[in-house]
Design a protein around this ligand. Structure first.
Ligand SMILES: Nc1ncnc2c1ncn2[C@@H]1O[C@H](COP(=O)(O)OP(=O)(O)OP(=O)(O)O)[C@@H](O)[C@H]1O
Ligand SMILES: [Mg+2]
Length: 472
């Protein structure tokens, strides 16, 4: 029969230790908790203090932190008396015994972390819904529990009791600001060692202080992470401001270059039409014409990317937009030996947007896919309904069999001017991304088995949404 009890207040002591000693321990413990903000070090200090030979409280201690989402206690750290030897008192004043705090070197913490006991604890999980009822009760009642004899059917089923051959143990909840953070489980292996009432009282006091310190340290870590995120966003903002300035400059240069370029192309085309001309002259002219056309397209892309788009919000049928794009490219695909497989089921596919810009999205994706399949292949265009944050969306995926995008480049393909093509501008996908985002959608790039797959998620229009014009 399992014997355990919850201790609400300090009970009578079996082997009383002078009260002054306990006070000293408590004082050391609380100043130790105040000495560090690092969660990792804090956990090592807490457990080392509980099992250190000088405190003579327990033989082993393990700490579990509680995952609110899964309801599972995850083993974080385990320290035995032998591994706690490096714990030392620093900063104490001879004249004043209640000064100083415990300290641990990084090397000692590393040794504790790598010990077999700690490794075993870290691999341990206690499911509160389906695990040790005593631990579950400890957390529920928020009181220290003591199991004097685990030699019963119920306890022997518990993973950690079996794993560590525990014959008797105590568990103390780690609580702070009315939140359960975890549990500390202590035991003292060996038949002649018992957990005393005095040890339990100290455990309870230690645990309540440790809970608050762990909570503070978690908050501090959160604060640090948020601060780092803020710093990163500020850097990103500065970077975007630089990009915007470069964009503006690129736009004005592009604008200046566009007119003379059109003139050059136009005159070259006129010359090409004049007869007679040698084959060589014709070749030169064709090169001038094709190169000026390429530059014109590039300038148009730069202008499109740097210009603030004005989206005319109209209801447009995404299925129709996609079908038009596929029709436009059907003959090119056929010539290149690209087999087209389209799944565009009939249904309600209306989105609020600019049909012209949406066409630009799919054409860019189709051209990229086509450029990736120079030796032919298979292109799949699939339209499906999807859900994004509870909102009904249309998901369009364009998948090719062109070998895909190297994993290390996947994150870069939406960056302006990133291209792996000889004649590419690297603005196709950034333009697509911007248009999709301006339509409240999301664009994703990934690899399938044989090639790349681009997914566009666009919110479907509510059936009675008002039609408006809005500058973006
Ligand atoms: N379907 C695809 N398969 C493999 N790589 C792709 C695919 N689509 C895009 N990429 C990679 O992403 C890069 C950026 O594409 P993006 O469309 O932005 O520019 P681009 O095609 O190189 O030039 P352009 O400005 O003419 O579109 C490409 O150079 C290519 O490396
Ligand atoms: Mg492209």
């Amino acid at each position: 029969m399992t014997q355990y009890r919850a201790i609400a207040a300090a009970p009578s002591c079996q082997h009383p230790r002078p009260a002054g000693d306990d006070l000293l321990l408590l004082s050391l413990f609380s100043s130790t908790l105040l000495s560090t903000n690092r969660l990792n070090k804090l956990l090592h200090l807490i457990l080392s203090a509980l099992v250190h030979p000088d405190t003579a409280l327990f033989g082993r201690a393990m700490l579990f932190l509680y995952n609110q989402k899964t309801g599972v206690l995850q083993g974080m750290l385990g320290v035995t008396q032998a591994a706690a030897h490096g714990l030392r008192v620093v900063g104490s004043d001879q004249g004043s015994p209640l000064t100083g705090h415990w300290e641990l070197d990084d090397a000692v913490m590393a040794r504790q972390w790598q010990s077999d006991y700690c490794t075993a604890v870290r691999s341990m999980r206690i499911d509160l819904n389906d695990g040790c009822q005593i631990v579950a009760q400890t957390l529920k009642q928020r009181l220290v529990c003591h199991v004097e004899d685990t030699n019963c059917q119920h306890c022997m089923e518990c993973g950690f009791v079996k794993r560590f051959g525990i014959t008797s143990f105590a568990a103390a909840p780690l609580v702070s600001r009315n939140r359960t953070l975890g549990v500390v489980i202590v035991d003292t292996p060996g038949s002649d060692h018992v957990i005393t009432d005095q040890g339990l009282s100290l455990l309870q006091l230690f645990a309540s202080q440790a809970g608050m310190a762990i909570d503070n340290s978690l908050l501090y870590r959160n604060l640090e992470e948020t601060h780092a995120e803020l710093r990163e966003s500020r850097q990103r903002l500065v970077h975007s401001a630089h990009l915007a300035a470069i964009g503006e400059m690129a736009a004005s240069i592009s604008h200046e270059l566009k007119t003379p370029l059109i003139t050059i192309g136009g005159f070259a085309a006129r010359l090409a039409r004049l007869q007679p001309q040698s084959v060589r002259q014709q070749q030169y002219l064709e090169t001038i014409i094709s190169e000026t056309q390429r530059l014109e397209r590039m300038l148009a892309d730069i202008l499109a990317y740097s210009r603030k788009p004005t989206i005319c919000y109209n209801r447009c049928d995404l299925r129709m937009v996609l079908q038009e794009c596929l029709d436009d490219y059907a003959s090119t695909f056929e010539e290149l030996g690209i087999e087209l497989h389209a799944e565009l089921p009939a249904g309600y596919w209306e989105v609020l947007g600019d049909a012209h810009q949406l066409k630009q999205v799919f054409i860019n994706l189709l051209v990229n896919a086509q450029e990736a399949m120079r030796q032919g292949g298979r292109l799949m265009a699939i339209l499906q309904e999807a859900d994004k944050g509870g909102k009904s969306c249309a998901r369009v995926s364009i998948e090719d069999t062109g070998g895909g995008i190297p994993e290390e480049l996947l994150a870069k393909v939406f960056a302006p001017f990133f291209t792996t093509k000889h004649h590419g501008t690297g603005l196709g996908l950034p333009i697509v991304n911007r248009i999709v985002q301006n339509h409240g959608g999301v664009l994703c790039a990934d690899n399938s088995q044989q090639g790349a797959v681009f997914t566009v998620l666009l919110p479907l229009a509510d059936e009675y949404h008002e039609v408006t014009d809005r500058g973006m």
